[in-house]
Structure formats: structure tokens, C-alpha cells
Write a protein that binds this ligand. Structure first.
Ligand code: F6R
Length: 623
């Protein structure tokens, strides 16, 4: 939801006068956060120059080629996901005000922008865009020239105090060629610390090419960076400090590495994502260690309800986790979309454990749900993939997923890593509360340990699924059916297809079919069915096989995702995609993978941009 980058170096250093290149590189890496329009501003010899353009960063680069910018040691940039005002050149950032002396980029939504706009209009200011950002920039200019008496840091502090909502703002002023000043409230910002140069980014990918040292900025803080230093304060100007951390992945992890798309690469990263998420959490004897859970064991023992909050794909990971957590811990577990949870007056108290799942750690809906839960006395455990993001800072404890950077907008490896981490949490609670014997826990951990290799086997057979994707690319709609843990997998398969292939898709609980959705089946309707293990519990398997028969009998093209050796599906499935044998609860880590590959193949066959689907952004930092 908008990517922001800032760079300041110094003359005579290695990247002397290459601010523009550094900023553009950062924007390319942050483009997954929004790609409606992009812009940069550089400051040279007391003059601000800028270019901005509707469309992707590539359009901005073309514009700069047409009308070059001067060399500079200081620059800011922005790639936008439109909120106030459509994706036009005028609405693109930076917003340059005060007779070209002040440039601002912004991520977030300023909720009181109408009142501020009216106030500034009454003072004679005029606006050229429809954005809340231009209002903030104009207010900053007014404060800079009056109350702050030309002190840029002070002006940003005072402006931040007047803004409501969520925002990260970066400001440069023509008379201050040695600094960038930024403010942050409920919207991400990280400082990158270099040698003789410093950076700002919505996340570390904005400067990963140049430094592995970063500092997390707290909420309601202002930072002033120069080439050699950074100073953090609260909005009221009192000194504050950030939290330094080392970035554990390198620039190569944020590259496509020979794959056609980031999504394709990230699908292939999944064995490593699961392996790395398990790593360090199983000791030499295969026993579970979760040192990061700094919540009093007595509190965890007293928990009488778990609520998992998340959005989109992360919520489906939560739905998978619920089956495991309830089964292992015998604690009633609910899964709720974070935005629904937040606004429905949920029953939450100090015996409730809220588990928040988020790849980015910046999803505003999830953050709001977490804040609400903590206000009611609940403890919150975050399962998150992004070090330095807001969610882990606000939670009582965090379990990181080590999936590495996920750049494609459609989530893949984060989903598998979220399931893995939630399972570790479930096993830890079961162990702590005495619901399982330690050899039972060890047995399940051993199954988890085998999953990366099995996921690799599914990936090794991707050609069959890719071919199917090409063959079915012109379908009008695709349906997905599953029971038990296969149900959220079906939902996830449908979501992937909607978001990147713009294809109507629905996931259903297979048992629900006869209660309505079966009416959708007509000749040639593709239906994916996630088939549970025939070795699993109850009679789930035979019920799902009956569901395949039911849709096939009505003309559907049936595609079964079934275990090796499950021959019962052969008679009713037009296509069978095989996955290795695994216990029922482990199956989502396998059965999801062909659905991701399928969606990617359909989108590719239709010629769509797999990594940056229309209307979407990677990190949804507005409610
Ligand atoms: C779908 C997808 C989204 C995210 C959702 C939550 O492929 O990526 O549905 O899962 O926006 O994002 P995080 O996990 O960052 O909170």
C-alpha cells in the first residue's frame, strides 16, 4: 500500500551523486506495495527537481529518460496505491508545494484531510490534486514558514501532531540539502544505516542492495537522517530511540533468480520456507523449543479460548491451523477475519489468546484487531514474516516465519510458513498444558520435518499442472471443493485464481455442495477436489470421493488432488494430481501447491502480470 524510499549520501563517496539510481532501485523493489503511479524528487544546489507519472515505475523511468533529472546526493521516491484521487499524474507523489521549495511523499490515509483542506483554503492556499497528501504537504509548508521558523524537523513534528489517521511522510526542503525528515504513525518506516549514507524505506527491500543494517522506527516518531547520522524524536520533540536489527536475507533473495515471475520463484522457495521456519525450533532430539514465546506459562495454561485473526490468505492459514490446534490442545478455537472481529464487539478477556497471522506485519485490519483484543485484556501472539514490522512490536510475543521476502502480491510461501508456525504454536501449547505426551509431539514434529522434501516432490511434478492451467485458461469459472483442512485449501485455491487470473472462482466445503452450490455445475465446469487421505480419520475420504462422483455425473471436469496410491479417485476424476502421502493435518502443506501453480499458469497463459495483479497491493495498510 504505497512504497516509500529516501536516500542521502555525500559528495566524494562511492555512490556520489547517484541518489536517483538508488531511489529508483528502491522503488522497483517496493513496487509490489502499489503500482498505480510513481514519482521521485531530488535536491541539488538548493533546488528540488521532480518527475511523477501514472503507471508503474517503468513509466516513470521513461519519463526521466525523456526529461532527465540532475545529479544529486539526496532523493525521495514513491510508488502509489491510490486511495484519495485516481491514479493520475497530478495525484502521483511527490507533492511539491511552497513554490517548489518543499517535496513530500506519503503512505497511508489522513483522516482529517477535509477539515485541514478547508482550513488551508480559507488561508488562501489552492490545491492541484485530489489527494490528502497535498493537504499534508501544504500544512507542512505553512508550519515550516511560520510556527517552526524554518526548522524542518520541528515543522514535521508539529505537522504530525495535527494529522489524524495512518501516515508515513518523508519531506525534503530546498534550503536543507543535507537531510530528509520523516514521521510515522501506524504506517511502516525503516531506517537503513550505511557508511556515509543513510536510507529510509517502507520496508528493508527499499535499500537491501546497499546495507544489511536497519533500525525499526516506533509509532508516533520523527526521524531526521543525514548522510552520517540519524536522530529520532517523538512527535512532541522529546528524544526517542529506534530498535536496530540486522537484515538476515540479501538482495539475491529479493530477485527472481531465473524464474519468470516472483510468484513462480516463491512457489519454488516453499520447501526452504517450511524448513527455515522449523529450523532452530526443534532440538537435536527432535523436541520443540519456542524460546521466543515470552508469555508467562501460567497465563498460557489458563487460556480458555483462542481466536485467530488475519485477512485473506493468512486467514485461510488460520483456518487450517484451527483444525490442528483444537485437535491437539482441546482449546475452543475461532478464526475470524480481522476486520469483522474488530467491529463486532467480540467476547474477549484475559483468558483469551489471540493469534494474529500476517506476512507483512502491516495489515491495518489485523493491527486494529490486535489493539482491540489487547484493550480487552487478551494476550496476543503474532505469527509474522517481516522483521521490523508493526505487528510483532505490538504483540505480547511473536513467532517469526522464515519464508524470506515475499514480493509477488499473491501470497504463496508465507501461507505454508504460517501453517507451519501455527502448528508449532499448537504443539507447544499442547505440550505445556499436558494435552499430549512428549512422544506424540515428537512424532508430529517428525512429520513436519519431512514436509519440505514432500513439497519439493509436488513442485517437481509441476509440468502436469502447468499444462492443465494452459488447457483450462479460457474457462469462465473454476470451483474448488474440500472437507476438513481441505476446505480452507479450496478457499485459498479459489482466491489465487481470482486475484491473479481474474477468473471467477469459488471454494466450497464439499459437504455444502448439495445445499446449493451443486446447481452451478453444468457441462464442462472445472471442479478441483482436495481429496483427504484414505488412511485418515472417519469416513472423510469416501465422502469426498462421492462428491467427485456427484459433480462428474452433472458434467463437471473433475480434477482430484489425491495422495499417491489412492486409486479410488481414478474412476471419477478426469485428471488426478498426485501428492505424497502425509498425515491429514500435514496435507495442506502439499495440496495447496498445485493450486498455486495452476493459478500462476492460468494467469501466464492469459498474458497477465502475475506478480502485480490489477487493483491490488501487497501490504494493505489502510482499513
Ligand atoms: C492473497 C494475499 C492477501 C494477504 C492479506 C493479508 O494472496 O496475499 O489476501 O494474505 O492481505 O496480508 P498479510 O499476511 O500481510 O497480513
Amino acid at each position: 500500500m504505497c512504497g516509500i524510499v529516501g536516500y542521502i549520501g555525500q559528495a566524494g563517496e562511492s555512490r556520489d551523486y547517484f541518489a536517483l539510481n538508488v531511489v529508483l532501485e528502491g522503488l522497483r523493489r517496493l513496487e509490489y506495495r502499489g503500482y498505480d503511479s510513481a514519482g521521485v524528487a531530488v535536491l541539488t544546489d538548493g533546488e528540488i527537481s521532480f518527475r511523477k507519472k501514472a503507471g508503474k515505475v517503468a513509466s516513470l523511468e521513461q519519463e526521466i529518460e525523456r526529461a532527465p533529472l540532475p545529479d544529486a546526493i539526496l532523493g525521495i521516491g514513491h510508488t502509489r496505491w491510490a486511495t484519495h484521487g485516481g491514479p493520475t499524474d497530478a495525484n502521483a507523489h511527490p507533492h511539491v508545494v511552497d513554490n517548489g521549495r518543499l517535496a513530500v511523499v506519503h503512505n497511508g490515509i489522513i483522516e482529517n484531510f477535509s477539515e485541514l483542506r478547508a482550513e488551508l483554503s480559507a488561508k488562501g492556499y489552492t490545491f492541484v490534486s485530489e489527494t490528502d497528501t497535498e493537504v499534508a504537504a501544504t500544512l507542512l509548508g505553512e508550519i515550516y514558514n511560520n510556527e517552526a521558523e524554518g526548522d524542518l524537523t520541528r515543522a514535521v513534528q508539529l505537522t504530525a501532531q495535527r494529522l489524524e489517521g495512518a501516515f508515513t511522510i518523508l519531506a525534503i526542503q530546498a534550503d536543507h540539502g543535507d537531510r530528509i525528515v520523516a514521521a510515522r504513525r501506524n504506517s511502516p518506516l525503516v531506517i537503513g544505516v550505511g557508511e556515509g549514507e543513510n536510507f529510509l524505506g517502507s520496508d528493508v527491500s527499499g535499500f537491501i542492495d546497499y546495507t544489511r543494517k536497519a533500525v525499526e522506527l516506533g509509532n508516533d516518531q520523527v526521524v531526521t537522517i543525514t548522510a552520517t547520522d540519524y536522530t529520532i524524536t517523538n512527535f512532541d520533540g522529546t528524544p526517542a530511540s529506534g530498535k536496530p536489527f540486522d537484515i538476515e536475507w540479501d538482495a539475491a533473495a529479493a530477485e527472481k533468480g531465473g524464474f519468470d515471475s516472483f510468484m513462480d520463484k516463491e512457489i519454488h522457495d516453499q520447501p526452504a520456507a517450511v524448513r527455515d521456519t522449523l529450523m532452530g525450533r526443534l532440538d537435536e532430539d527432535g523436541k520443540l523449543v519456542l524460546d521466543e514465546l515470552h508469555i508467562d506459562e501460567a497465563i498460557l495454561r489458563s487460556v480458555d479460548k483462542i481466536i485467530v485473526v488475519a485477512c485473506g490468505t493468512a486467514a485461510y492459514a488460520g483456518q487450517v491451523a484451527r483444525y490442528a490446534i483444537e485437535h491437539w490442545c482441546r482449546i475452543p478455537t475461532e478464526v475470524e477475519l480481522a476486520h469483522e472481529f474488530r467491529y463486532r464487539d467480540p467476547i474477549v478477556n484475559e483468558k483469551t489468546l489471540v493469534v494474529a497471522l500476517s506476512q507483512s506485519g502491516e495489515t491495518m485490519d489485523t493491527l486494529m484487531a490486535v489493539r482491540h483484543a489487547r484493550e480487552q485484556g487478551a494476550k496476543v501472539i503474532a505469527i509474522c514474516n517481516t522483521v521490523g514490522s508493526t505487528l510483532p512490536r505490538e504483540a505480547d510475543a511473536s513467532i517469526y516465519t522464515y519464508a524470506g521476502p515475499e514480493i509477488a502480491v499473491a501470497s504463496t510461501k508465507a501461507f505454508l510458513a504460517q501453517i507451519t508456525a501455527s502448528y508449532l504454536l499448537g504443539l507447544y501449547l499442547a505440550q505445556l498444558r499436558g494435552n499430549m505426551f512428549s512422544d506424540e509431539v515428537t512424532g508430529i514434529l517428525e512429520s513436519l520435518r519431512q514436509m519440505p522434501e514432500k513439497i519439493q516432490t509436488v513442485i517437481d511434478h509441476e509440468d502436469q499442472v502447468k499444462k492443465l492451467g494452459q488447457d483450462l485458461a479460457n474457462s469462465d469459472s473454476v470451483l474448488f471443493l474440500g472437507r476438513h483442512v481441505g476446505f480452507p485449501v479450496a478457499l485459498e485455491g479459489a482466491l489465487k485464481l481470482k486475484e491473479i487470473a481474474y477468473l471467477h472462482a469459488e471454494g466450497f466445503a464439499a459437504g455444502e455442495l448439495k445445499h446449493g452450490p451443486i446447481a452451478l455445475i453444468e457441462d464442462g465446469q472445472p471442479v478441483f477436489v482436495i481429496v483427504p487421505s484414505p488412511r485418515g480419520r472417519d469416513s472423510l475420504h469416501s465422502k469426498v470421493v462421492s462428491n467427485i462422483q456427484e459433480v462428474r455425473a452433472r458434467g463437471a471436469i473433475t480434477i482430484a488432488i489425491a495422495e499417491e496410491g489412492d486409486e479410488a479417485v481414478n474412476a471419477y476424476a478426469n485428471f488426478v494430481i498426485r501428492i505424497p502421502q502425509a498425515p491429514t493435518l500435514m496435507q495442506p502443506l502439499l495440496s495447496t501447491v498445485p493450486l498455486q501453480i495452476f493459478a500462476c499458469a492460468v494467469a501466464t497463459a492469459k498474458g497477465y502480470d502475475v506478480d502485480q495483479p490489477r487493483n491490488l497491493a501487497k501490504s494493505v495498510t489502510v482499513e
